[in-house]
Design a protein around this ligand. Structure first.
Ligand SMILES: Nc1ncnc2c1ncn2[C@@H]1O[C@H](COP(=O)(O)OP(=O)(O)OP(=O)(O)O)[C@@H](O)[C@H]1O
Ligand SMILES: [Mg+2]
Length: 202
């Protein structure tokens, strides 16, 4: 039996227009230059390349944080550029991201509980009590202590912070997780821990 195709990326291109000064014409920087690839259900698909080759931009395009200059992203056979409001809502639940830098991707003024609960508050009709129960459950899965619910991001180590980011990405039980170098900002000793956690969860 053939596996379900989750993503089909076709000739994806993102160019940024950079202005170099008042009197020179803006130049175009190709962050992503016509890439194509498919991702199937159950597989881990990796994109490897030197710094600045467009990995983070590709992740942002997949999450619709940025929009392509040309090319298409098909999710389960449908071009995401043609999604209506309902389809976007579903997509935002099903496709989550873990960012490269756990220091800048968590709101410093929110408690861990609030950070992990927010996707549930925005995307489900669960009661407050049910949301708290879900958050405790996911905290346990990623190895965060229950007592830490009311702590703030600065009270955690880099590895623990990335666990918070992973918990937030997982709490809606997504079908796809886009990881943008989820361990590159962490100490080597913690990198293996977080990678093992991601493997366990997949
Ligand atoms: N908002 C932006 N405006 C202008 N240029 C940008 C913007 N975002 C990215 N770029 C440029 O696009 C290129 C690709 O950047 P991107 O962040 O996707 O690379 P990367 O592969 O993730 O690199 P790294 O391994 O360092 O994280 C770089 O040359 C970068 O300077
Ligand atoms: Mg990057």
């Amino acid at each position: 039996m053939s596996k379900e195709k989750i993503f089909e990326i076709k000739n994806l291109e993102k160019a940024y227009s950079i202005s170099k000064g008042l009197f020179s014409a803006p130049t175009l920087i190709h962050a992503v230059n016509k890439i194509s690839f498919d991702v199937y259900k159950g597989e881990t698909y990796s994109i490897v390349g030197e710094s600045g080759c467009g990995k983070s931009t590709t992740a942002k395009l997949l999450l619709n944080i940025e929009q392509p200059s040309s090319g298409q992203i098909f999710f389960k056979g449908k071009d995401i550029a043609t999604f209506d409001k309902e389809e976007w809502k579903e997509y935002r639940k099903k496709v989550q991201i873990i960012f490269q830098d756990p220091y800048s991707s968590l709101n410093p003024r929110w408690t861990v509980g609030k950070i992990i609960a927010e996707p549930l508050e925005l995307n489900t009709t669960l009661s407050k009590k049910e949301i708290v129960a879900e958050v405790y459950e996911i905290m346990k899965r990623v190895g965060l202590e229950k007592d830490w619910y009311d702590r703030y991001p600065h009270q955690f180590s880099g590895g623990q912070r990335q666990r918070i980011g992973i918990a937030r990405a997982l709490v809606l039980k997504p079908e796809v997780i886009v990881c943008d170098e989820p361990v590159s900002a962490l100490d080597v000793s913690i990198q293996a821990q977080v990678l093992n956690l991601l493997l366990d969860l997949s």
